[in-house]
Write a protein that binds this ligand. Sequence first.
Ligand code: ZN
Length: 223
Amino acid sequence: MARPTRGARHTGRATRHPPVTLRTVYEGVIQELIDELGQLPGIGPKGAQRIAFHILQADPADVARLAAALTEVKARVKFCQTCGNVADGDLCKICMDPRRDPTAICVVEEPKDVVAVERTREFRGRYHVLGGAISPMDGIGPGDLRIRELLVRLGSGEVTEVIIATDPNIEGEATATYLTRFLKEVGITVTRLASGLPVGGDLEYADEVTLGRAFEGRRAVHA
Ligand code: ZN
């Protein structure tokens, strides 16, 4: 349910509020904010509306901090030139760490998946972040992912195992199948996580014990 609006904090312009329903189209900047919020993953029209009105009622200093955090994250956080993970500089902490095993690369979809695998403490190798998954419905093909960059890394000959840890859903499976075939041609041992992860979800939703076990039980796959 949308929070009841308290008129006191509003600017004088919006003295009367239309009834808060999903079909309501607000005017001007409020609708723009709702539209922008609605573009974010996991936020539907109802949630976008709720957040927009929360922001309208919030303390201006809190809103300023939120706006600054959004701007800062785009200005300061970069992506690692090697693996595609988030980084403060050209390389991420994991790629810069000489203690990480350079012979194993774990391929994941997003930087948040790196965090999920790191939490399990099962993996001491390096990562490769694809930047998404193959999804014909969304018009995302192999060419849109960082597969070429992965191939470049494998070219050095140092890597002996590629662990595919895409999400346990349709897009993740399609991506894993594509990568498996592709990497077999290159002659690299490809392993995949053992089954047991909650199907249909994201890697990050699996608890660390389950994900750790799936990692430990990974098996070589044959295309
Ligand atoms: Zn990196």
